[in-house]
Design a binder for this molecule. Sequence first.
Ligand code: ATP
Length: 594
Amino acid sequence: MLLSIIKKNNFVQNYLKMWPFVKPIWFISLLSLVIGVPIGSLDATIALFLKPYTDLVIVSNNAQAPWYLPFLIVGFTIIQGVLLYLSAFLTAYAGGKLNLNVKEALYNKLLSLDPKYYDEQNSGRILMRFSSDADLACSGLLSNLKNLVTRVCSTLSLLCVLIYTSWQLSIIAIIILAITVAPLTTVRRLLKKIIAKNTDVISTINTKYNETYSGNRTILAYNLQDTQRNSFIMNLNEIFKLSVKMVKRTAWISPFMHFSVSIGISLTIAYGSWLIVQGTITAGDFVSFLAALLMMYTPLKAMGNTIVNIQQGFLAIERIYDILDIEPDIQNSPEALKITNFDHAIKFQNVNFSYREGIPVLHDFSLEIKKNESIALVGNSGGGKSTIVSLLPRFYDIQSGAITIDGNNIKNIEIEALRSQITIVFQDNFLFNGTIRDNILLGKANATEEEIRQAIKAAYLDEFIAELENGLDTPIGERGNLLSGGQKQRVAIARAFLRNSPILILDEATSALDNKSEAIVQKAIENLMANKTVIIIAHRLSTIKNVDKIAFIQEGSLAEFGTHNELMNIKNGHYKTLYNLQFKSNTASAYDEE
Ligand SMILES: Nc1ncnc2c1ncn2[C@@H]1O[C@H](COP(=O)(O)OP(=O)(O)OP(=O)(O)O)[C@@H](O)[C@H]1O
């Protein structure tokens, strides 16, 4: 029965799932919670001491007996203070460690997810779910749980004082207590939807910040400030409305509790006075009872907020587990091969692929690329060229057919080994914040100075670097913002040189450059292509004049395949048409110049 409740309850399930993270620090976490017991319980001592004090001093006029009481109260308060300090330290330590462990697991997950996941997400959502949720779920949750333990213990110990001093009055207090805390059980339901919506809007706002940073030039160039501002204000208003809604739904809890406690106090005073007159309880009992009841109000009232915060923490855990439970589609097969070289050929055999169900991108696509051959993929925009090259390193898995390297299906090759055989140079290569050296070394972390020198020379970067005051150690800014397009491209080419893998993919590597930059990057690329098996995607046919063969891709299929001359001999062929279109105005074509 209990097991089935646990199994059905997401909240319990998710909390149990946190165990692997809590395990290494379970003792400190437990201590940080347990310490709340004496802190809360010590509240009762003050109320308890009021009984002898009232009965002996105020009622019986006996000044001698309870002289020690003020000292005890101060003594207990000091103990409570020390415990509070310890508790704050332990909670921060355990919460911090927990946070660290969860963030590490989340980041590992982020690194392991397929491009498909990134296709469907936005940066704000990732920032929010991978960072803020971990804070909420770890440090926030632990300190709120500790507060809850303290407050529950304080309430329970004061309840003991109530029962000890007068069981008759306690019945009223317990009934009022039950009514007071009842609404707290609905908080989770009241908040869940609002918090989920709030998380979405905050993610959108984070994305907007990110876009304003990355897209600032486009915003300036297109005078998009008003558009951006308006949609940002719309998101802010949405957040405002949600926070008002959240307050509307939960803010009544506190005054309700206040009201029910005040009814309790009124009833206690009325009934207590009658009990004193009857001689059932002493004046000391009554004062002690009333003090305990009043003291109970503070932790009870605060418990409302604590429970709201704990629910937010638990909801954050649920969201974290939504992510941790994602299994990447692309994984190593159990007996994956660790290939270390590439010797014969890459084959695409009757490949069918679609990003989304029902929208095919490649149909029955077949192509063979022999070792040290260079092949250009050309064709109309949207035909599937970039898709073809992204299938080779298994960024996506195909639905049917096979892609093989030296006869081994890439699905049976260890992903890391497969990818280490391939280097990709994109149109817009991502450079990381750091120096030129940092970025080049990503190709081979342990490269020698001589290897770096050769790579920058082959990438035609040597002259540029020689002019820089800090040479290779010059910072290039986030995404390489401090470099020109051509320089960025050459840093990426130097990085590819160091990687030195046998298969090279060039995905429109020069198409974003002007003619002058293109010429030098083209020379660097020609150096990079030497002794490699190369697949080039090119829009401008002038950049593929040295390739061995050309594959014309038309709507996801291989329409034509052969050398330049073979394709030019196909009457009304796709390639010939494209070629004539591009070189129509040129008296001498790129090929004719040879
Ligand atoms: N990540 C993706 N998710 C969904 N659809 C995609 C994705 N990437 C590309 N597509 C779609 O797949 C089709 C082929 O795109 P692909 O980028 O491979 O073509 P391409 O020939 O390289 O085009 P271009 O020459 O313009 O770069 C297009 O219809 C495109 O919209």
